[in-house]
Design a protein around this ligand. Structure first.
Ligand code: 6PG
Length: 263
């Protein structure tokens, strides 16, 4: 099924239901799943057998959206997700035909660690994707998190003023329902800034920089990559209506693996 022809699946059931595999229609890779039970602001939901399937589908979607944006506007602005789940997607994406010269790469969040540190999200993106493609170095807009959260967020917000709206934001979801570095209950999550400093994050390191919720929600498209049993609890809570950061994201395309649903 071509995604472009898909009707929006924005479904909020009157009654919350549990997120058990038996409550979900059987889904094949890249089939749109009409999850009546999905109590999340979803444009479309895809359930993949495993991370490989999820990564292949998401990489393909990025390539498609890049081609569409470049054809329409001559440029594709993407914010990459950090964490571990996107690694395989990036490895697959580097093998797809993308006009990288016309792609501008941003980051959804960064950890305040020295430049080049193995724990940084931009290092992961460079190792899995950016070092393997013909992208001009000036097209890569790292968050200068080594300057500290406040300074880095201010600089990144200024840079984003010229880039907004982003064409695509890739997002992972933490086990507590956080997205980028916007954690439940953290004041950064309510900030109206384009990029926000984050302190006291429960996932190390505690100091981070994140795109603000407004930047994430202003993007033309959002894609979630959510894999593994550890995500089941947060998904379940959102189905019950809990307003976790991931549930505050405007209509998004969700790519899940079965483990995230079945535990
Ligand atoms: C980070 C992230 C964070 C991540 C989620 C999911 O710096 O850790 O950007 O938001 O995307 O925690 O991470 P996993 O994909 O590793 O579960």
């Amino acid at each position: 099924m071509r995604m472009a022809n898909m009707p929006p699946l924005m479904m909020k059931p009157a009654m919350p239901v549990s997120l058990s595999p038996s409550s979900l229609p059987q889904a094949r890779e890249r089939d749109a799943v009409s999850l009546r039970e999905f109590h999340i602001n979803a444009q479309a939901v895809f359930v993949h057998e495993d991370t490989e399937g999820l990564s292949a589908a998401a990489a393909q979607r990025v390539a498609e959206l890049a081609a569409q944006a470049i054809a329409a506007r001559g440029v594709f602005h993407i914010a990459l997700a950090g964490g571990a789940t996107p690694r395989r997607c990036y490895e697959k994406l580097r093998r797809l035909p993308v006009d990288w010269e016309h792609v501008q790469v941003y980051f959804g969040d960064e950890r305040c660690l020295p430049a080049g540190d193995a724990g940084r999200n931009d290092r992961m993106a460079r190792e899995t994707l950016l070092e393997h493609i013909a992208i001009p170095p000036d097209n890569i807009h790292a968050i200068p998190a080594e300057l500290g959260a406040r300074e880095a967020a201010a600089r990144y917000a200024a840079m984003l003023e010229n880039a907004a709206p982003l064409d695509l934001v890739l997002l992972g979801m933490g086990e507590d329902g956080h997205i980028a570095s916007l954690f439940p209950g953290n004041p950064a999550t309510d900030s109206k800034a384009l990029a926000v400093p984050v302190f006291n994050a429960p996932k190390p390191p505690p100091e981070r920089v994140s795109l603000g919720m407004v930047t994430l929600n202003a993007a033309r498209q959002r894609i979630f990559l959510v894999a593994g049993a550890g995500k089941r609890d947060a998904l379940g809570q959102m189905l019950l209506g809990k307003s976790l950061p991931a549930a505050c994201i405007a209509a998004a395309e969700w790519h899940l693996d079965r483990a995230a649903l079945s535990g």
